[in-house]
Design a binder for this molecule. Structure first.
Ligand code: E4P
Length: 214
């Protein structure tokens, strides 16, 4: 399973890319706004750090506007993937962008039906928001399961990015389901590598090594 970082924080991305396990980055308007910097500048820097798909979102809500924005944003770097909301205008835009060779990530996906339509329109990636589904009392991972099964049933080319990940269990469940990608906030990646027994074990090994005659 590929792991993307779900942040627009360049320092965090640089630090964690150094771990050698980051395959891509996803951003959204909220994450970009949190940085208090210009969109193009942030996206350019991210592309210079991580050599993988970098999702950047359009803010237009009509197909024409989305397509125009996508054409401009994709000029920033060859690895840019355009995030498009899964609304009827978004479907139209995804179809046109696919024909132009511009990769898209269908975002704000909350159901298998939305995912099916995004696959049919030609989205490269589909992002179900598991945390937000859970917040509403639903089962986010069940939706991911349905989407993965649907893609397998019909051999669609789209890859599933499990998004709105809130904790490491979401990542384990994504891997068990066979989702292609999980996009994780920096804090979740930090928790994934951490285990108390690892810390205790390492401390003991280092202490015992001191007892070895030198
Ligand atoms: C990533 O593609 C999504 O925009 C992001 O995971 C949403 O996460 P949130 O629900 O925590 O805002």
């Amino acid at each position: 399973m590929k792991i993307f970082l779900d942040t627009a924080n360049v320092e965090k991305i640089r630090e964690m890319a150094g771990w050698g396990v980051v395959d891509g980055v996803t951003t959204n308007p909220t994450l970009i706004a949190m940085e208090g910097r210009k969109f193009e500048e942030v996206v350019q820097e991210i592309c210079a750090i991580v050599d993988g798909p970098i999702s950047a979102e359009v803010i237009s809500t009509d197909a024409e506007g989305m397509i125009a924005e996508a054409r401009e944003i994709s000029k920033i770097h060859k690895n840019i993937v355009i995030k498009v909301p899964i609304i009827p205008e978004g479907l139209k835009a995804i179809k046109v962008l696919k024909a132009e060779g511009i990769r898209t990530n269908a975002t704000l996906v909350f159901s298998c039906n939305q995912a099916l339509l995004a696959c049919k329109a030609g989205a490269s990636y589909i992002s179900p928001f598991v945390g937000r589904i859970d917040d509403q009392g639903g089962d986010g991972m069940e939706v991911v399961s349905e989407i993965v099964q649907m893609i397998e049933n019909y051999d669609f080319e789209s890859e599933v990015i499990v998004a709105s990940v809130r904790h490491p269990v979401h990542v384990v469940e994504s891997a068990m389901i066979g989702a292609h990608i999980a996009t994780v906030p920096a804090g979740v990646l930090e928790k994934m590598v951490k285990h108390t027994l690892t810390d205790v074990g390492l401390k003991r090994f280092l202490e015992d090594w001191e007892k070895v005659p030198k």
